[in-house]
Design a protein around this ligand. Sequence first.
Ligand SMILES: [Zn+2]
Length: 193
Amino acid sequence: MIMVTAKTHLMAALLIGTLIAAVADVPNVLLFVGLVLVASLAPDLDNPESTLGGMTKPVSNFLRLTLGHRGFLHTIYMALSIPVLLYFLGYIYPAVAVGIGYLSHLMMDSITIFGIKPFFPIQFDVRGSLRTGGPFELVIFTILGIGFLIVLNIFYLKLSFGDVSGLNLITDRLSSLLAYLTSFIPASITDLF
Ligand SMILES: [Zn+2]
């Protein structure tokens, strides 16, 4: 297995998508997060063995043959070109959603042993030590999942855990930490929406 599996890409996208949607207060959270999720799988259209590639075999076989797996679709230019196009067509927040989802895919792939070439065809590799499909990927998936549950609770559900004061203290601390961190996001970014 040389690639991050679809479920880990989706979990990373879910975490980032719901966090940004809440911080930027987007008008339609479901549409926004949906676009982030779709975009987070899109780069693997060049791999017939991926989940998305498997569903679109003729297209993915063609793309692998012409562009190579983790070739052109796994570059910074691709990650930016579709959002820039959407932006100039006037679709501001879909542009941001697609950009975030696509970049989250590249980020996840770049921590694998196989890595990516973000400036393909320039042979500059970004790679990490994640062996995909193994226990490490499961650990990362779990951490991302816990992160998502925390974001879900702090921004959307706002549950209080009854008398479990330790847990409430942790969610309180986390929510003030997130509020503090997001205060550094320039207003110009959140104004985009
Ligand atoms: Zn990939």
